[in-house]
Design a binder for this molecule. Structure first.
Ligand SMILES: Cc1cc2nc3c(=O)[nH]c(=O)nc-3n(C[C@H](O)[C@H](O)[C@H](O)COP(=O)(O)OP(=O)(O)OC[C@H]3O[C@@H](n4cnc5c(N)ncnc54)[C@H](O)[C@@H]3O)c2cc1C
Length: 542
């Protein structure tokens, strides 16, 4: 039986539910006014562990510390495979555990939000100032980039010679070198810019929260789980929370707004736990319906990742640092000079190209992994290896997040519904073929002995489909489950100002509001959403 929460004396103006990429941004921007009281709730713990700060710590993050430990439901179009589905559970959220790749997507992505999804005021021209406001770019200062913002953006510190050969291989195939994927053009191969500063991760916890932790009007509560948003007479008035170690829930009041920033899985989950969502589903799991909102938990989109693994001719990647004495030397190199493998997020090189001829902007993204078996679940090779990941960027398949039960502690049912649309599969396999071709180019012959996965023997679409079903993994980019849209579309969850349709005092402001998935990684777009959300909340935007 669910215990009733006692009322607390403490009240806040704003309660933010989730201290992830978006939540930390909002905590900073909203508490800048000393006259308002802000509470940031985070279910996970602190980011004190060094793995959260050393760039190479990412390799330990895809499963384990700082994550919820969720999986998908069996994927009907991937031979019913269940995929690991890592989502962050730590202050800073995804920005504390991700690969630190700083990409924004194509201008056409945001123009499509505005034009095709009815997200008025979210065109590229509208959102570019928010990307720039967030940014402290160490290299660029131009119409696309800014410096002086909180978020560290820098170039890789210790690239390896194989990265340059990768660029040459691309050029041999007709794919140009691109020095800035977030500038005038997205296509090409090159170094990613990274969310790092001074050879350390620049998460939103580090960039936005740490500098303001002594603000007296901001309270951050870690290991505190938001159980439900309390709605009274059509208005969100507070949040019921559970503290770690306490059996009794507590209710905290929000005088102005509750802002849901629990991530693309956590936000629809929290809304549905609160009785806000599709009535039939809520009823089926025994949650009392407070507000029937059919779009909550729908429209789930993600990038599905395929990869090629090559065996190297020598120690050309970071695999050798799996051996203890090399690891010790790598650690020393970092301590003395802030260089070497520990300063590398291992995925610092990649780019964008086309699977579909005539696509409006690149639809395939590559990530060159400087080793084999970097990602959990991928078998290590006997010799050093290199991994080239490819992901199709604009899937048409749509999935769902649903509650498994009325218990807020139960894991959600995550169904990305990968490859429900056959065209997604065809273009993803085309991207995998492109990745193979790059690894086979003459420029990489000095570095790569041969392909080991999928392996030269597998060539037909059917064989590559079987390979993909066995090895495909999430790129960790879920979005869309509380989408922005027009009021007359029943799939819309929030309006252009991120207010939840039909309720007062409640917004969602994280990756879940994106109507279409950006053609890139999703951390920078999420930070942009939170920066813009702050202006909506503070009344600086109409
Ligand atoms: C392993 C991994 C690698 C990635 N690599 C990259 C990359 O290199 N580049 C890139 O751009 N993107 C990357 N991403 C994606 C990017 O990090 C996410 O898109 C982004 O962090 C999403 O931000 P968010 O604020 O929407 O959600 P999150 O950052 O996930 O934040 C949600 C927060 O809410 C908390 N929460 C959830 N439910 C509750 C609740 N009920 N009560 C209290 N707190 C709650 C969670 O613990 C979490 O901290 C990666 C993601 C992962 C997981």
């Amino acid at each position: 039986m669910v215990k009733m929460a006692p009322m607390t004396e403490t009240g806040y103006d704003y309660i933010i539910t989730g201290g992830g990429s978006a939540g930390c941004v909002l905590a900073n921007r909203l508490s800048a006014d000393p006259s308002v009281k802000v509470l940031l709730l985070e279910a996970g713990g602190s980011d004190r562990h060094p793995f959260f700060h050393l760039p190479a710590g990412f390799a330990k993050m895809t499963w384990g510390i700082g994550a919820w430990g969720w999986s998908t439901v069996p994927q009907a179009h991937l031979k019913n495979r269940v995929l690991r589905f890592t989502q962050a559970k730590v202050i800073g959220g995804g920005s504390s555990i991700n690969a630190q790749i700083y990409t924004r997507g194509a201008p056409a992505d945001y123009d499509a939000w505005d034009r095709d999804a009815g997200a008025r005021g979210w065109s590229y021209r509208d959102v570019l100032p928010y990307f720039k406001r967030a940014e402290n770019n160490e290299r660029y200062a131009n119409e696309y980039h800014g410096y002086g913002g909180p978020l560290g953006v820098s170039n890789p510190i210790s690239p390896l010679p194989i990265c340059e050969a990768f660029f040459q291989a691309g050029q041999e195939l007709g794919i140009p070198f691109n020095p800035d994927f977030n500038g005038a053009h997205q296509e090409g191969l090159g170094y990613y810019q990274l969310n790092q500063s001074n050879a350390r991760r620049s998460s939103t916890s580090v960039a936005y929260l740490k500098p303001i932790r002594n603000r007296r009007n901001l309270t951050v509560r870690l290991r505190t789980h938001a159980l439900r948003v309390v709605v009274e007479h059509g208005r969100a008035t507070g949040v019921e929370i559970a503290n770690a170690g306490s059996a009794t829930p507590e209710l905290i009041r929000a005088a102005r707004e509750v802002i849901v920033t629990s991530g693309a899985i956590g936000s629809p989950k929290l809304l549905m736990q609160s009785g806000i969502g599709p009535a039939a589903h809520l009823g089926s799991v025994g949650v009392k319906v407070v507000h029937d909102l059919p779009g909550v938990g729908g429209n789930l989109q993600d990038h599905l990742d395929l990869f090629v693994i090559g065996e190297c001719t020598g120690d050309h990647t970071y695999d050798k640092y799996n051996r203890p004495h090399h690891a010790a030397l790598g650690g020393l190199q970092y301590l003395l000079w802030k260089k070497g493998p520990v300063a590398s997020s291992l995925y610092e090189t990649g780019g964008f190209w086309y699977a579909e001829k005539g696509a409006r902007s690149p639809d395939i993204q590559f990530h060159l992994g400087l080793g084999s078996g970097i990602e959990a679940g991928v078998a290590k090779m006997r010799n050093p290896g290199v991994t080239l990941n490819s992901a199709y960027l604009r899937p048409r398949s749509r999935g769902t997040v649903r509650l498994a039960s009325v218990d807020p502690n139960a894991a959600p049912l995550i169904d990305p519904n990968y490859w429900a649309e056959p065209r997604d599969r065809e273009l993803a396999i085309e991207g995998l073929r492109l990745a193979r071709e790059i690894l086979h180019q003459p420029a990489l012959k000095r570095f790569v002995l041969g392909e080991r996965l999928p392996g030269d023997a597998l060539t037909s679409d059917a064989e590559l489909f079987d390979y993909a079903c066995a090895h495909a993994k999430t790129d960790h980019h879920p979005v869309g489950t509380c989408r922005i849209g027009p009021a007359n579309d029943s799939a819309s969850v929030v309006g252009f100002d991120l207010r939840v349709m039909g309720l007062d005092g409640l917004r969602v402001a994280d990756a879940s509001v994106m109507p279409f998935i950006p053609s890139s990684n999703t951390n920078a777009p999420t930070i942009m959403v939170a920066e813009k959300a702050a202006d909506h909340i503070l009344g600086r935007l109409a």
